[in-house]
Design a protein around this ligand. Structure first.
Ligand code: SPV
Ligand code: MG
Length: 554
């Protein structure tokens, strides 16, 4: 339904139509979100938002542009304050064509002389002769192209001090000329003169009021007077000026930002109002590049476990949210992934889930994190795995060069391994060891040319002399790899259930490495990409200190 029709329907329904002033897209959205029936595209607000008086200083095009921005931002009707119609009847004809074409539901024109001045400004409030204004209404009604578009005639006789009789005389003439509603304006500090006018009103044409100076009038009283529409003209603008002023003066005074935090909305609220969520959804569908999209899953659910020296730091914080020189581990990894244009990142939370504050990722909660392990956490994001997927442990830091190397790999199931781990062993940690069928090149300097090695076995309990490398916690699954992963996972669940599953007590407690072993035993080809730098784990306090000092020196 077009918006003019929507407004007409509102006029047909019982009760008072409530519209409120706005001047830009975001205030218009707030009007809609707060449940008002429509937006009042206030000339006073639009002028003020340009920093100029409400006295036809702006041109019609400027008012129309602001009004269209509001109209485009909302799905409710917009009633445009068109002052005197921006000139004589010729200007009114042009104005109606332009506003109607822009999808505005209704225009109001007031019976003052162009250029007008805001009704609350004492002094010059010059009324147009009745005949002149009747001509404008005729011009407006004749210019409109669709039947539902409304022209509301605004009477300024009470504002100009010409009294009730003149107001009623004008109102009758404007109804005769075809006005769709009569806006009777008053600057009295009580509703008395409006009440008198409304009580004397015996036409079926609806009445509209703007109770700015008699704010004590209730909606119920308005309804009882038979007034059909109320315009709360400018409260949004005035609220925002007060709020902005207070916050700005405090920032100036305090010379810092955090003291005003509780009085401002988070950025996320602005993003939401701007329609960022919808834009992101659209991007997922329409924004395409030649590259295959890659999903990222970061299981970060686990509570501290076997990390004695770090545990005091992990009382209230999951490891992924540990601060590494001013940014959490997760924030750093998300930025690294973003650098490689990977934005579809799902983080599985569990332990201390409320501590996860990194923005720009999807959070999926594994409520059974205390009895389940990484494999189950990964599968909490199963529905996200619908194409090439990277699984990255949350307790490592890595450079995006690793991601770039993985991106060019053509295999279905690939893990990243490092065999420069004699130092890691000294770090007293249970490693995920990897044995490859072919020997990995050894030494500090290696050239692999992206060669992949076949994984024979992976786990932490087999003999060290068999070890070839260490799994660093990054796995890449191709689209087919994802299909294999999901299919075999469900089979494993069905077949093993609560029975021992490789090095784990059962499938629920299985690590990713148990599952990779399972895939290898089933005959799938799991490949290893060898690296010997560009990452580090955070398992001990020493690791953590090293990570902080590295981050500091960057
Ligand atoms: C406006 O909001 O611009 C109005 C209402 O026209 S008033 O300020 O009361 O004139
Ligand atoms: Mg106005």
């Amino acid at each position: 339904m077009n918006k003019a029709k929507m407004l007409r329907e509102l006029f047909k329904k019982d009760g008072v139509i409530k519209i409120i002033g706005a001047h830009d897209g975001i205030t218009a959205k707030l009007v809609e979100l707060n449940g008002f029936d429509g937006v009042w595209a206030s000339g006073f607000e639009i002028s003020a938002s340009h920093g100029v008086p409400d006295a036809n200083i702006l041109t019609m095009t400027q008012y129309l542009e602001a009004t269209s921005i509001m109209n485009d931002a909302v799905s409710i009707p917009v009633v445009a304050d068109c002052d005197t119609g921006y000139g004589n009847s010729n200007n009114v004809i042009h104005m109606v064509k332009r506003y109607e074409a822009a999808g505005i539901a209704a225009v109001t024109i007031e019976d003052k002389r162009f250029p007008k001045v805001n009704s609350y400004i004492p002094g010059r409030q010059e009324l147009a002769p009745i005949a002149e204004f009747v001509g404008k209404i005729l011009a407006a009604k004749n210019a409109q192209q669709t039947k539902d578009f409304m022209a509301i005639a605004r009477i300024e006789a009470l504002i100009a001090g010409w009294g009730q009789e003149e107001a009623l005389r004008r109102a009758h003439a404007y109804v005769e000329a075809g006005a769709d509603a009569i806006l009777i304006h008053s600057k009295s500090s009580t509703p008395d003169e409006i009440m008198r006018f409304a009580k004397a009103w015996n036409f079926s044409v609806p009445l509209v009021i703007i109770p700015t100076t008699y704010p004590m009038i209730t909606l119920e009283e308005i309804n009882k007077l038979g007034i059909k529409m109320v315009i709360y003209a400018n409260h949004g603008l005035r609220a925002s000026i007060k709020a902005i002023n207070e916050v700005l003066s405090e920032i100036k005074r305090e010379e810092r930002l955090d003291t005003v935090d509780s009085r401002i909305v988070p950025m996320s609220t602005v993003f939401e109002l701007q329609g960022m969520t919808k834009m992101k959804e659209d991007e997922n569908i329409y924004l395409r590049s030649g590259e295959e999209p890659i999903k990222v899953i970061i299981p970060a659910a686990g509570a501290p476990h076997n990390q004695e020296s770090l545990e005091p730091l992990l009382q209230d914080t999951p490891l992924a949210m540990l601060d590494v020189h001013g940014k959490s581990l997760l924030q750093r990894n998300v930025e690294t992934l973003n650098k490689s244009k990977l934005y579809d990142i799902s983080v599985i939370t569990g332990y201390k889930k409320d501590a996860f504050t990194v923005e720009g990722v999807n959070y999926v909660h594994n409520s059974k994190y205390s009895s389940e392990h990484i494999l189950r956490s990964i599968m909490c994001a199963e529905d996200k795995m619908d194409g090439k997927t990277l699984i990255i442990y949350s307790d490592i830091l890595f450079e995006n060069s690793l991601i770039e190397r993985l991106r060019s790999v053509e295999s279905d199931l690939v893990i990243v391994v490092d065999n420069s781990f004699s130092k890691s062993l000294e770090r007293n940690k249970k490693l995920d060891l990897v044995v490859t069928r072919e020997a990995l090149p050894e030494g500090g300097r290696i050239l692999t040319y992206g060669r992949l090695y076949t994984v024979a076995k992976i786990g932490s309990t087999f003999l060290e002399e068999h070890r070839g490398a260490e799994f660093i916690g990054i796995t890449m699954l191709s689209k087919r790899g994802v299909e294999i992963f999901k299919k075999e996972y469900h089979k494993a669940l069905a077949e093993y259930g609560n029975n021992p599953f490789f090095e784990a007590g059962n499938v629920f407690q299985a690590s990713l490495t148990d599952f990779l072993n399972y895939l290898i035993e089933l005959g799938y080809d799991v490949k290893a990409l060898q690296v010997n730098s560009g990452w580090m784990e955070i398992h001990t306090f020493d690791n953590y200190r090293y990570a902080c000092s590295t981050a500091k020196s960057l």
